[in-house]
Write a protein that binds this ligand. Structure first.
Ligand code: ARG
Length: 246
C-alpha cells in the first residue's frame, strides 16, 4: 500500500515537472502552424499577411480549441521536420497524405481532395502524361509532384523551391512541363501568358494536417474540430470563399 502510494506520487510529480518544463508541447495558448506560403489558394502572401484556405481552416480549428493560431512560413520540405521536432504543432500546407510521410507523422482526417495536373505551353507537343517521357519536367522540391515526375521514364527533373519558379521556367522555355496540384496550377496559369493545363490528371490525393506521432491528444482535438467544421458547413464555406465552382 505504502509502496503504491509512493509510486503514484512519484508519477504525478513527474507529470507536473513535465508540464512546467514544457515537455507537453510548450505554450498552451498558441497553435503553431508550419506552412509554405507559395501555394495559392491554400496559403499565400497578401501584403504582410499569410492567407488562404489552410490558414482559415487552421484558424477555425485553433478557435475550437480555444487557442490562437501562429503561422510559420518555411520551405515546403522543412514542414515535416518542424512538426516532428515540436517547432510547430501542425503542418498545414495543402499536404497530401502519403505513405512515406506517414512513417514520420500522423495525418488528421482529410479536409479536401486534389489532383496533380500538368501545365504546358499552349503550343506544346505534350498532350498526355505519357508524352512526358524523356522531357524536362519542373516541380516544387519535395512535393508529390516531385515523386510522380521522378517516376517518368527518361525525364529530367528540375526541382524548384517554389511552384511559381517552376512555372516561370516553363514560360521562359527552360522546361517542357510542370507537375503541380490542380488549384495552384489554375492560379499560376491565370497569372501567366501562353500556358494551359492538360485535361488528363495524374492522380487524386487527399490533403490533411500533419501532427507529431506522439501528439495523439492534438490529433484527436484536431479531428474533433474538423468534424465540427464539416458538420456546420464552415469548412465548405472556407473553400468556397477561395475557389469558385466552375
Ligand atoms: N500536395 C503536394 C504535396 O503534398 C504539394 C503541396 C505543396 N504545398 C505548399 N504549401 N507549397 O506534396
Amino acid at each position: 500500500m505504502k509502496l503504491l502510494k509512493k509510486i503514484l506520487c512519484g508519477l504525478s510529480a513527474a507529470a507536473i515537472l513535465a508540464a512546467l518544463s514544457g515537455c507537453s508541447g510548450g505554450d498552451d495558448t498558441k497553435l503553431i502552424m508550419a506552412t509554405n506560403a507559395e501555394f495559392s489558394p491554400y496559403e499565400y502572401h497578401e501584403g504582410d499577411a499569410i492567407v488562404g484556405i489552410d490558414v482559415d481552416i487552421a484558424t477555425a480549428i485553433a478557435k475550437e480549441m480555444g487557442k490562437e493560431l501562429v503561422v510559420e512560413d518555411m520551405a515546403f520540405d522543412s514542414i515535416i521536420a518542424a512538426v516532428t521536432s515540436g517547432k510547430a504543432d501542425i503542418g498545414v500546407a495543402g499536404m497530401t497524405v502519403d505513405p512515406d510521410r506517414l512513417k514520420s507523422v500522423n495525418f488528421s482526417d482529410p479536409y479536401t481532395t486534389a489532383t496533380q495536373v500538368i501545365i504546358v505551353s499552349e503550343g506544346s507537343i505534350v498532350a498526355t502524361p505519357d508524352d512526358l517521357k524523356g522531357k524536362k519536367v519542373g516541380v516544387q522540391l519535395g512535393t508529390t509532384g516531385d515523386q510522380y515526375a521522378s517516376d517518368i521514364e527518361g525525364a529530367s527533373i528540375e526541382r524548384y523551391n517554389k511552384g511559381f519558379e517552376a512555372v516561370q521556367a516553363l514560360t521562359q522555355g527552360k522546361i517542357d512541363a510542370v507537375i503541380i496540384d490542380n488549384e495552384p496550377a489554375k492560379v499560376f496559369v491565370s497569372q501567366s501568358e501562353g500556358l494551359k493545363i492538360l485535361d488528363e490528371e495524374f492522380t487524386t490525393e487527399e490533403y490533411a494536417i500533419a501532427i507529431a506521432k506522439e501528439n495523439t491528444q492534438l490529433l484527436n482535438d484536431v479531428n474533433a474540430a474538423l468534424a465540427k467544421l464539416k458538420e456546420s458547413g464552415e469548412l465548405q464555406a472556407i473553400i468556397d470563399k477561395y475557389i469558385s465552382a466552375e
